[in-house]
Design a protein around this ligand. Sequence first.
Ligand code: ADP
Ligand code: 5GP
Length: 203
Amino acid sequence: MNSGRLFVISAPSGAGKTTLLKKVMGRLDGVVFSVSHTTRPARPGERDGVDYHFVTPECFAAMIDEGLFLEHARVHDDLYGTSREAIVSQLARGLDVVLDIDVQGAAILRRAVDLPASHIFIAPPNLTELERRLRGRGTESEERLARRLHNARTELAAAAAYDYLLVNDRLEGAAETLLAIFIAERARGHRHPSGAPIHLEER
Ligand code: ADP
Ligand code: 5GP
């Protein structure tokens, strides 16, 4: 029986999604992060199997052919996908699963995947601040940065399809709001705040 819930989180690159998730996930039990597959090269400090499964385009194509992805999409310059098996087994163990995926992947899940899910969109306060953050992170070449900023406009237009819109203005405040969303959604799904399912049986 599936008792876990998906938390689908999207944001334009540089909005602060990774930073917010790191802050919030450490404060929740029973929630795991879905490690996607990607053809993008690892950034300094990123670890294979922890941040992503870094694979070749050939390996990614073979996984598509074998139907191993719950969803996959080309985002910016590379391919990204969520392994079906990993998600289903974690949900079946009663864990909630956080998916950090782009707006195309989130749309596929809404349209074609029948699993309980809460969709959260994280926006930067404005595009000038988005560029400042992306440059400040220092991980992208000028060309890749321009592509990400260009795509941000389309991604922001998709925010209305999500259950929640969270503006990452001040980091601490945004982290508290994100935590509150998780707690509220879990309560809606009749889960204990620890993440454990509640069985309303007579003693
Ligand atoms: P994303 O995962 O959405 O691409 P990151 O979490 O890597 O974005 O954040 C991009 C940059 O912005 C990082 O250098 C991070 O430290 C910084 N950052 C994140 N949130 C804030 C915030 N609320 N205020 C200022 N800087 C932030
Ligand atoms: P980054 O390269 O900055 O880590 O991620 C770039 C974009 O790819 C982000 O919008 C991120 O949410 C998205 N992404 C990461 N993993 C997946 C995935 O498995 N599927 C989809 N559709 N998008 C993903």
